[in-house]
Design a protein around this ligand. Structure first.
Ligand code: MN
Length: 234
């Protein structure tokens, strides 16, 4: 039995090019999945065709979602926006959830899950007066720099089987209001939400960190990809 995992790339539309870090593909492969990169499209029929082919959906990292999706206009700390990617990923994500497909979001993908369920993001934590930790680390990508505390009775806890983890951190945006039907699976020690999942036990999981750049040196992170591929198989 093949388990096909659709993976969303980023792109530069002006250059007519798609991009995807190989770590995402390799993390799916080592978990026994068959990765399939899904070119960004605005054609809903093509999106429906993708969903006929794939068993699970992996939303990857990338640039900032457009704050108009949660009713705000951009502040100066906002990064680049890719309107075509935003529209594509929100569409395929919502449709995948309606089909009860296993969905895993990493970094931007995690943030998009919150936005898709009517949550909001803080556009730039540097603009917020608070004693936040450093969430845009300057250590190597495989190296964890801040701790997270994992919520009891969460899917993440069931997968990782620990109360806390050291994770990497490459984000300047964070979750604000939590989306409907989602619950917090982990927080950093400054209160920042680092993982979200569905309240109803379906496999809808998002993590703010990048397990795909850690699993080779920290084997426990491959458990997330393993569980995601296993759930996609069902
Ligand atoms: Mn972080």
């Amino acid at each position: 039995m093949k388990t096909i995992i659709g993976i969303t790339p980023s792109h530069q539309n002006e250059l007519r090019e798609y991009y995807l870090k190989k770590n995402y593909v390799e993390a799916v492969l080592q978990a026994g999945g068959t990765p399939l990169i899904l070119p960004i499209t605005s054609d809903e029929n093509i999106i429906n065709n993708y969903l006929e082919i794939i068993d699970g959906l992996l939303l990857t990292g990338g640039i900032d979602p457009d704050p108009r999706y949660w009713g705000e206009e951009s502040i100066p700390g906002m990064g680049k926006i890719d309107p075509l990617r935003d529209k594509f990923e929100l569409s395929i994500l919502k449709k995948a959830c309606r089909k009860n497909m296993a969905v895993f979001g990493i970094c931007r993908g995690f943030q998009l899950i919150n936005v898709a369920f009517d949550g909001s993001l803080i556009q730039d934590i540097a603009q917020v007066e608070n004693n936040y930790l450093k969430h845009m680390q300057q250590a190597p990508r495989w190296y964890g720099t801040h701790e997270i505390k994992i919520s009891d009775n969460s899917l993440l806890k069931e997968i990782m089987e620990v109360n806390s983890l050291l994770v990497n951190s490459f984000h300047h945006q964070v979750c604000g209001k939590i989306g409907k039907g989602l619950k917090v699976s982990a927080r950093a020690n400054d209160g920042i939400i680092e993982a979200l999942e569905a309240e109803n036990k379906k496999f809808l999981l998002g993590v703010q960190w990048h397990p795909e750049t850690m699993y080779r040196k920290r084997k426990e992170f491959s458990k997330i990809f393993q569980r995601f591929v296993d759930e996609s198989k069902r």
